[in-house]
Design a protein around this ligand. Structure first.
Ligand SMILES: Cc1cc2nc3c(=O)[nH]c(=O)nc-3n(C[C@H](O)[C@H](O)[C@H](O)COP(=O)(O)OP(=O)(O)OC[C@H]3O[C@@H](n4cnc5c(N)ncnc54)[C@H](O)[C@@H]3O)c2cc1C
Length: 327
């Protein structure tokens, strides 16, 4: 029998779960506090340039994820990034081959969430504040006091601490979610005034300050103008989480200039983003959490792997397990 599901969070996990439920004949409403679907898989547009300030690319190794993307058509916005890649190790740049291929959304990583959200009822700019259960089912109440529902069951896909806050009153799932640590990560977006570029298009960094750096213009479908994204090392980001943003930028600039032997000069534009829940420090190791008595479930990249692929695996498993539990 068809059921009505509420999904909190329109990131990759929530949208995957919603698609799976809808494909099995259920009705689904997805709510997200952000301005567009996609969650952390997002693209920042500034002055005609685009910066993937969350995940710079993703890879697929699981045949289930590949089949899900291909049969649903949601991966038709993906292209392989034919860039020059390297890793920074002990101060040296070592070229590396992208194996498996590094996939990017075109024209930006944010397109992946928009594509997944097609044909799904997704409402954005809805900040869920609390959940209520009555004989009729679950009701979701947002910060403005508007309510949504009733739903037969809910899936919460917010990062662990935020999901725990919503579930605490209703389920012991909160106790499992609460201690899952998420890493902080600074992403610095910069458009240099000159045609300055990094020596490689994508650089994984084993460095005390840097984690990743990329020439965004080398990705398919991007404007042909220098646009760099630099991610800070997670441990360093944690140590600087409350530092003055201008000091964070100064230190990142120094590290980039020293490590890659380039001069960035005064930027045409720049912006710093602090991800408080960038990726799980150590995922839980189980695909999702289900409380069948309460008709509640939780999923996200914190479950299996801190990646887009891990979020798809978790969302898919969560929808499947919840449907079986309620059947
Ligand atoms: C800097 C950085 C680098 C990364 N690098 C890579 C990489 O190289 N490769 C890779 O595959 N992955 C990478 N990732 C990880 C990848 O982005 C995530 O694994 C994936 O996007 C997680 O999806 P999700 O659906 O689990 O969570 P999210 O994308 O966080 O989705 C959760 C959603 O819940 C919403 N939400 C939260 N609370 C509420 C509320 N109260 N009410 C309404 N909505 C709410 C949020 O707005 C969000 O949209 C990176 C991430 C970051 C930040």
């Amino acid at each position: 029998m068809s059921k009505h599901f509420g999904v909190i969070g329109a990131g990759i996990a929530g949208l995957t779960a919603a698609r799976r439920l809808r494909n099995q004949g259920h009705s689904v409403l997805v709510l997200d506090k952000g301005r567009r679907p996609g969650g952390r898989t997002s693209t920042r547009s500034m002055d005609g340039l685009s910066f993937d300030h969350g995940p710079p690319f993703f890879t697929i190794t699981d045949p289930m994820v590949r089949a899900f993307g291909e049969t649903s058509g949601v991966f038709s916005c993906l292209e392989a990034w034919q860039g020059r890649f390297a890793r920074l190790e002990a101060g040296r740049l070592v070229p590396e081959l992208p194996d498996p291929p590094r996939l990017v959304g075109v024209p930006g990583m944010g397109t992946i969430g928009q594509r997944l959200a097609q044909e799904i009822d997704v409402r954005v700019s809805v900040h869920v504040n609390r959940l209520e259960r009555s004989a009729g089912g679950w009701t979701i109440i947002d910060r403005d006091g508007s309510s949504y529902g009733p739903f037969d069951a809910l899936i919460v896909t917010a990062p662990p601490a935020q999901a725990a806050a919503l579930l605490r009153e209703h389920s012991e799932l909160a106790a499992t979610l609460e201690p899952i640590p998420m890493a902080v990560c600074f992403s610095w977006m910069i458009a240099p005034e000159s045609r300055t570029a990094l020596p490689f298009d994508g650089i994984r960094c084993d460095h005390p300050v840097l984690r990743w750096a990329s020439n965004e213009q080398s990705k398919p479908g991007r404007p042909d103008s220098p646009a760099l994204v630099v991610q800070a090392n997670h441990t360093w980001s944690e140590a600087h989480r409350d530092s003055d943003p201008s000091e964070v930028v100064r230190l990142l600039r120094l590290a980039v200039e020293e490590s890659f032997a380039i001069r960035l000069g005064p930027p045409r534009l720049e912006s710093l983003h602090r991800w408080l829940f960038a990726q799980p420090v150590e995922p839980l190791g189980t695909p999702c959490l289900i409380d069948p008595d309460a008709c509640l479930a939780a999923c996200g990249d914190w479950a299996l792997r801190g990646s887009i692929e891990g979020a798809i695996q978790s969302g898919f498993a969560c929808a499947q397990t919840l449907m079986e539990a309620l059947a």
